[in-house]
Design a protein around this ligand. Structure first.
Ligand SMILES: [Cu+2]
Length: 131
């Protein structure tokens, strides 16, 4: 089953959409399956996705949509929620919204990782589960 999902995000979206009554839940449902592309919206100093899965060693593309006018956001990945050790190449610069940022990096070894906005680490945070 997980092998099937590796065929691509389009299939994942298709499956998620099929199982949903409400289109608003689509992104959250898709986040439950491992993805190699994901869009995370930063709005009202909050990320809309606070947990998602990705397959180890894959190239992961994250689109960060900062909807907050004149408020700086970014996304930065760390080995754990102490945020002491950054994951190489897995962060964007803090930039005022509205702006769209794209981040591409290689998914690390299986495990749980942490991400946050460096400007709002308490309010904007999440977990990346690598399988
Ligand atoms: Cu922020």
């Amino acid at each position: 089953m997980s092998r099937l999902l590796l065929f691509g995000p389009a299939l994942v979206c298709l499956l998620a959409a099929c199982g949903d009554d409400d289109g608003d839940d689509e992104s959250q449902a898709a986040a439950l399956d491992p993805v190699t592309e994901i869009t995370i919206v930063a709005q009202d100093i909050d990320f809309d996705i606070e947990e998602f899965k990705a397959p180890t060693a894959a190239s992961l593309t994250i689109t960060v949509v900062n909807e907050d006018e004149n408020v700086p956001h970014n996304i930065a990945f760390y080995t754990d929620d102490s945020a002491d050790e950054a994951i190489d190449g897995a962060s964007t610069e803090l930039e005022d919204g509205p702006i769209v940022q794209e981040l591409v990096f290689t998914v690390p070894a299986p495990g749980e990782y942490y991400y946050h906005c460096d400007a709002h680490p308490v309010l904007m945070r999440g977990t990346l589960i690598v399988e």
